[in-house]
Design a protein around this ligand. Structure first.
Ligand SMILES: Nc1ncnc2c1ncn2[C@@H]1O[C@H](COP(=O)(O)OP(=O)(O)OP(=O)(O)O)[C@@H](O)[C@H]1O
Length: 953
């Protein structure tokens, strides 16, 4: 196809394309009047009127051998053409039938997207557009092959313990894990990082998040604000509205859905619908509420079990994985990996074997671990107990052949990983603790002795609940509270009490009678009311000074902007106490957390705080043994609470608890917890991930790149402050720019700055604005055919260079899943007249810097004369590029095969210790592997962009 400007000889019915608005498709002249012509673009229903003197139009003329489409989308080959005002083509179909086809009958939906076709048609882009396209592709490749791809876009601090887990889990296909970091260490952030990674890399498209009612809004905001993930909140009302208005399964109306878990418990239809819709990832927060026993399961549990079976991946979040005992812990593991966790009795027995496993692992990981294993048959026998004598013999043999320290380390490490996987909860459970994370402010306990009002029970931890509604008048905690708040006028204070009614009474009294700005938060409130309450408390200008929360109401919420926590009463379960303190003792807390406990002298409350503090130090440190201790001393503690004046009894219990706590902590440290620690964060790997994120983030490069994008797409940008811009749509924009609101947006390229400046959007390579702009460039025509002249003294004037950029790509929708193995790799060639490739000698940017443009008409004429040579030279280039592509594809295949062999090996090894892994499952993995290989086999080479550079004197 070729364009010839017929010097203003326009005629109605002729086909032209717009040089400025190529996306309009094939235009047809419909009217010529008084030196103005009107062109209709039927493909998009647009009309344009131009002056016939300077219309930015290119005449469309196909040449012999070109293919054209008629109005019925039938493909014809051009045999010859005749021009008499209009062009009439003689065309032939696949069966050799020929017929005339007037240009008026050409299909308007034709886009001249093929770079060669556009070039030959004289449909030319500026050199800087060509350059932007090339740079976009190379950034694409750089990002896709960075190990941290998918982890760059989150507006979060790069914290080791979170990034280790995110990197480890997100790189799996359909990960199923329990995120069990201690309260406030960022499980939501870890889940968000994993989801973002999976979505960004198209390993997941459909995600369902189910959370307690009180956390819906917080999740919605965190996912949007930190990860740019726009979830749709599904409520019963919304589900009904969708059914009525669209008549479809409400869960199929969106890809990212967030809903309260109660929706599924209260309405079985919604559960069925959610299951029918199917998910790639399911995420459930506060999973410790899911109760299960071998005989019975709670409704929540059953709902999650159903949903989990309809989702490929599963993230369960809980800060207290063993809060409800080993059985319940097993219940959650069973949701994740029913094959691995199939028998409760076997699991309990396995838990008891952690110590010997840990001993073996510690030996292997010690400095001379490999030497010890080779030399010591007792250690070999210990290891053989877990992995079998054959495996140990092979390992010893292998270690003897390895020379470098690094190889030995890697070999030992991979065996340790397998051991953890097969015998610990390694692969499915991650738990970081404050002691392993470090850097947290202190927690300090302040107690206040008060007199128990007359007639109040001294054995009830919540004695006000037995009193009449005027209890507040008699309770000495009220005057104490009033005085306390006076000393904290400028501070935010959080108060937690066990009962919703106590919270309500307190709030009404303080607000109405004492004029204190308070807000309340309890489980009886609607979602909206809770969010309003939390927002009123968070507001530093005129907001509430005091937030009064009930136990359950505050779970999982972020209140770390406050530093004072009043425990109006105490829970006798140490895990619940940890949950309470965790509202303030969270990442982001900048000051020491002051915990205030007003208590009644000689009452159950006094006994309890003494036991919690002196027995297990539960206020000032996190207590990993809380659940076990609670279980063991339940009845003794009850005894003490019922006899609060018996100090001797309490002292005895404190001593016993202390001793037991110490031995349990040591045991855990040498057993399960140590294994978990080993598994949950490897500092070296985490630091490598962080370094990779920093390198791939290339903030300066992004800013430079996006400024060019904004300029080329007509987005108005003004400097706001360092690394920060204000963007606005401009009148020169041809079409809306992705994610750019009409009233503009302030964006920041710097992670640290965007963390402290909430109002700025953090623009990373993974921000939807950037990814959409990059996709628009590479999937459209932008810059894919260009022409320029330049002076290169080393090369003869009058000759020309052909710069061709090919890319490897998989032409199926699943190809993005493979992008880690086969990133869209550009192969650039710069061919001189002898077909020699000069791409290694001159970079594209250098050429663009030297490039000059000449009038379009002149460029088109030159191209007309060299069109056959362009085709030939390109053909030559393709043969060269094919060779490079073959190497790239072979390497991709190898990488894929290695990773598949590892996964398959793992499943087969697990199958040996777990009879429940069925042959069928192994076959399924093999089939999936074959499918991925087949997709990779379809990878092709595609010409992405072409540029002719004519050398001048
Ligand atoms: N990497 C990070 N960068 C910035 N803020 C973070 C980061 N990680 C966590 N936070 C903040 O720390 C707080 C605690 O995080 P998050 O809510 O994810 O913890 P959690 O473990 O889920 O807590 P809980 O056990 O209470 O549910 C939140 O306010 C979160 O925004």
């Amino acid at each position: 196809m070729e364009k010839v400007l017929s010097d203003f000889q326009y005629a109605v019915g002729q086909r032209w394309v717009s040089n400025a608005e190529k996306e309009l498709g094939l235009g047809v002249v419909i009217e010529i009047q008084e030196r103005r012509l009107t062109v209709s673009y039927p493909a998009c229903g647009e009309l344009r009127t131009y002056s016939d003197r300077n219309a930015p139009l290119t005449r469309v003329r196909y040449e012999e051998g070109d293919f054209v489409f008629d109005m019925d989308d039938k493909r014809w080959k051009v045999i010859s053409l005749e021009e008499r005002g209009h062009i009439v083509y003689l065309v032939e179909d696949e069966d050799g039938n020929d017929q005339p086809l007037s240009e008026v009958e050409l299909n308007p939906f034709v886009h001249f997207s093929g770079p060669l076709e556009r070039l030959l048609a004289g449909n030319l882009d500026k050199p800087r557009h060509f350059q932007l396209r090339l740079d976009t592709l190379s950034h694409h490749q750089r990002l896709q092959s960075a190990g941290s791809n998918g982890l760059l876009g989150a507006r979060v601090d790069l914290l080791e313990h979170q990034l280790y887990i995110a990197n480890e889990v997100a790189n799996r296909y359909a990960p199923r894990v329990l995120l069990a970091d201690e309260v406030g260490l960022g499980k939501t952030i870890e889940a968000g990082l994993i989801l973002h990674h999976q979505l960004h890399n198209q390993r997941a498209e459909r995600v369902l998040i189910a959370v307690p009612d009180s956390l819906v809004h917080q999740w919605l905001v965190e996912m949007l604000r930190r990860f740019n993930l726009k979830f749709v909140v599904m409520s019963e009302q919304r589900a009904q509205d969708i059914e009525e208005s669209q008549g479809i399964n409400p869960f199929e109306s969106a890809q990212l859905v967030l809903c309260p878990l109660s929706l599924f418990v209260e309405n079985e239809l919604r559960l069925d619908q959610a299951c029918a819709a199917g998910w790639d990832m399911l995420c459930v927060d506060e999973a410790h509420h899911l109760e299960w026993s071998e005989e019975d399961a709670s409704e929540d549990y059953r709902a999650v079990e159903d949903l989990a079976s309809c989702s490929e991946g599963l993230l369960l979040l809980t800060a207290t994985p063993e809060q409800l005992g080993l059985e319940s812990h097993f219940a959650r593991l069973r949701l994740l990996d029913p094959d691995r966790y199939h028998n409760l009795a076997a699991f309990i027995e396995e838990e008891q074997r952690y110590r010997p496993i840990n001993d073996v692992i510690q030996t292997l990981l010690s400095d001379d671990g490999a030497d010890q294993l080779i030399a010591n048959t007792t250690i070999q026998a210990q290891l053989a107990e877990f992995v079998g004598a054959d495996v140990v013999a092979d390992l010893v043999k292998k270690l003897q052949t390895l020379n470098s320290e690094a190889e030995i380390q890697e070999c030992i490490f991979s065996h340790v990983r397998e051991l953890l996987d097969q015998h610990g909860t390694g692969r499915v459970l991650f738990r970081n603790t404050r002691s392993s994370v470090q850097g947290f402010p202190k927690r300090l306990l302040n107690t206040y002795a008060l007199e128990l009002p007359e007639g109040w029970s001294n054995t009830n931890l919540y004695p006000e609940t037995e009193q009449d509604s005027d209890w507040l008048e008699h309770d000495p905690r009220l005057p104490w509270l009033k005085e306390f708040l006076k000393t904290k006028k400028q501070e935010k204070v959080l108060l937690i009490t066990a009962n919703a009614n106590t919270a309500l009474d307190l709030e009404a009294y303080l607000r109405l009678r004492q004029g204190i700005r308070t807000s309340v938060f309890h489980e009886g409130m609607s979602l909206l009311e809770r969010d309003r309450s939390a927002a009123y408390f968070a507001d530093f200008e005129g907001g509430a000074q005091l937030l009064i929360c009930s136990e359950i109401g505050s779970e999982g919420r972020n209140f770390q902007f406050a530093h004072d926590l009043i425990l109006f009463d105490l829970p006798n379960n140490p895990d619940l106490l940890e949950q309470r303190i965790g509202r303030l003792d969270r990442i982001g807390q900048t000051q020491d957390v002051q915990i205030h406990v007003p208590y009644f002298e000689e009452s159950a409350g006094e006994a309890l705080w003494n036991w919690l503090h002196k027995g297990i130090n539960a206020f000032e440190s996190t207590c990993a043994t809380g659940a076990a201790i609670n279980e063991k001393f339940k009845s003794e503690l009850t005894e003490c609470l019922n006899n609060p004046q018996d100090h001797q009894l309490l002292d005895q219990l404190i001593d016993q608890t202390n001793a037991y706590n110490q031995s349990l902590s040591e045991e855990l440290q040498s057993g399960r917890d140590r294994l978990l620690e080993l598994n949950s964060c490897n500092s070296q790997v985490a630091l490598e991930t962080i370094a990779s994120i920093r390198e791939a983030s290339a903030e300066d490069q992004l800013q430079e790149y996006m400024l060019r994008v904004f300029d080329q797409f007509g987005v108005d940008h003004q400097d706001h402050s360092e690394q920060t811009l204000v963007l606005r749509p401009s009148e020169t924009m041809h079409s809306p720019f992705p994610e750019l609101p009409e009233d503009g947006i302030s964006v920041c390229f710097n992670r640290e700055k965007s963390l402290s400046r909430e109002e700025l959007s953090f623009l990373s390579w993974e921000h939807p604005m950037v990814t959409a702009a990059m996709d628009n460039i590479t999937s459209g025509e932008h810059g894919n055919a260009s022409f320029c002249t330049l002076k290169l003294p080393a090369l003869p004037a009058g000759t020309w260079l052909l710069e061709a950029n090919f890319v490897t790509h998989c032409p199926t929708s699943k190809s993005r899943q493979l992008s880690y193995y086969l990133p869209t790799t550009p192969i650039r060639l710069l061919l001189d007249q002898s077909g020699k490739d000069l791409s290694g000698v001159i970079a594209s940017q250098q050429l663009t810097q030297m490039a000059k443009t000449i009038p379009l008409k002149q460029a088109q004429n030159i191209i007309k004369h060299i069109r056959e040579d362009v085709r030939d030279r390109l053909e030559l280039g393709k043969t060269q590029a094919d060779k490079t592509a073959k190497n790239i594809m072979d390497a991709a295949r190898k990488k894929l095969e290695e990773s598949q062999a590892y996964e398959l090996g793992r499943l087969e090894a697990l199958a040996k210790v777990n009879p429940n892994i069925r042959q069928q499952e192994i076959e399924l993995l093999k089939t999936q592997n074959d499918e991925l290989k087949a997709i990779l086999d379809q990878a092709q080479l595609r010409l992405d962009a072409i540029r002719v550079l004519v050398l001048t004197e």
